[in-house]
Design a protein around this ligand. Structure first.
Ligand code: GLY
Length: 397
């Protein structure tokens, strides 16, 4: 299945089960000071979980644009180094607002994976929160998963929270083994080895974490699920890297063409740039702009990181703005905002690339001066800070 077909099939599956399709909200949250970026599908439903508004429908489904580069969920250091973390990704999700709970959430997730999408049951594992006997028993009662494949895990992996405060609860995850040899699977690999990918997280929202750190019980119990489209596309397209799916390949091909480089020989820069251009396009389309503080500074850092990796491929002139068109062709059908704002996104990215190149060139001159001083062995802290602060050198550079 193509990624478009997977997205459509997910939504249709839950529409058949009386869920209402809700459009993805903006990646720039308009009214939640606890978040710099939308980091999960449930963010737009937070007021419903907190009993502040009554939903029009008790069930919802969507594909949410998410960004995880700050706060509690921050995957930036992994991005590009591994093959499955992203700054920007899409989260497929189904929700129950005080309607169905654990039983249906587990049953339907298994039905979609194993019957509709025919994922190999011999590769699937389920985890539950250590004290959640109800979820543990439901896996055995309402699915045909082998009992030894349901494992209990601690708070770190199986108690989901959107941030320091907010709705939260125990969760149950479905993991997929990507190795060649099925006999090599072992429960101890789940959550510990890159050979097991978390594909879907079923969160049973029943608490609210408040500012003093304590948990309070919510008036109703809800379901909030999140399945990363990029990982599911990789599994369903038989790839062992998200970057080999139809979501990323057009961008990677365009980078190779520009840089006359080879993704297979030097994958990390291609992955970083392909990931970061998606984050930049979607956040600029939703109203963010690079700047020196807060959200804007995150955009600036992401652009500089991509630009630096571009230089490592020999791309010294602005090049990222030209990738916007490729992304529009890949995702513009489902997210018309990137199509509508294409010219604006290109202009912003190009201007920012130009200004970073100027800063970097000045910084490199300064760097040359420092290292040409006699007897230099290490750059001292003051000079290193100046390169970072005044000349905008990313830390890794
Ligand atoms: N809200 C579920 C997740 O982000 O995994």
């Amino acid at each position: 299945m193509t990624s478009k077909e997977i997205r459509k099939s997910f939504v249709e599956f839950f529409e058949e089960k009386n869920h209402k399709f809700i459009r993805s909200s903006s990646v720039v949250p308009s009214d939640d000071p606890t978040l710099l970026f939308t980091n999960a599908g449930m963010n737009q439903f937070k007021p419903i979980f907190l009993d502040q508004i009554v939903p029009e429908d008790p069930r919802a489904v969507n594909s949410q644009k998410c960004i995880r580069v700050s706060g509690k969920h921050n995957d930036l250091e992994e991005v590009g180094v591994d093959t499955f973390h992203h700054t920007f990704f899409e989260m497929l999700g189904n929700w129950s607002f005080g309607d169905y709970y654990k039983k249906e959430a587990i049953q339907w997730a298994w039905e979609l994976f194993t019957e509709r999408w025919e994922l190999d049951k011999e590769r699937l594992w389920a985890t539950v929160y250590k004290d959640d006997d109800e979820a543990f028993n439901l896996w055995l009662e309402v699915t045909d998963i082998k009992p030894e494949r349901v494992i209990r895990c601690g708070k770190k992996d199986n108690f989901w929270e959107m941030g320091d405060t907010g709705p939260c609860g125990p969760c149950s995850e479905i993991h997929f083994y990507i190795g060649d040899d099925l006999e090599k699977q072992h429960a101890s690999g789940v959550n510990n080895s890159d050979m097991y990918w978390e594909l879907w997280n079923l969160v049973f929202i029943q608490n609210n974490r408040i500012e003093d750190g304590s948990l309070i019980e919510l008036p109703a119990k809800h379901v909030d699920t999140g399945a990363g489209l990029e990982r599911i596309a990789a599994v369903m397209q038989g790839k062992d890297s998200n970057y080999d799916t139809d979501l990323f390949q057009p961008i990677i091909l365009a980078i190779q063409e520009k840089a006359k480089s080879d993704y297979k020989i030097n994958p990390i820069p291609h992955r970083v740039i392909a990931d970061h251009i998606r984050m930049l396009c979607f956040s600029i389309a939703d109203g963010a702009l690079p700047s020196n503080e807060g959200r804007g500074y995150v955009l600036r850092r992401i652009l500089r990181r991509a630009s630096r990796f571009g230089r490592s491929l020999g791309l010294e002139e602005p090049f990222m703005f030209e990738l916007v068109q490729v992304l529009v062709e890949t995702m513009g059908d489902n997210f018309p905002e990137i199509n509508e704002k294409k010219n604006h996104i290109e202009k912003v990215i190009r201007a920012e690339e130009n200004s970073f190149n100027d800063t970097l060139d000045r910084g490199l001159n300064h760097f040359e001066k420092i290292i040409n001083q006699e007897d230099i062995v290490n750059i001292n802290g003051e000079d290193a800070f100046k390169l970072y602060d005044t000349y905008g050198f990313p830390f890794d550079l």
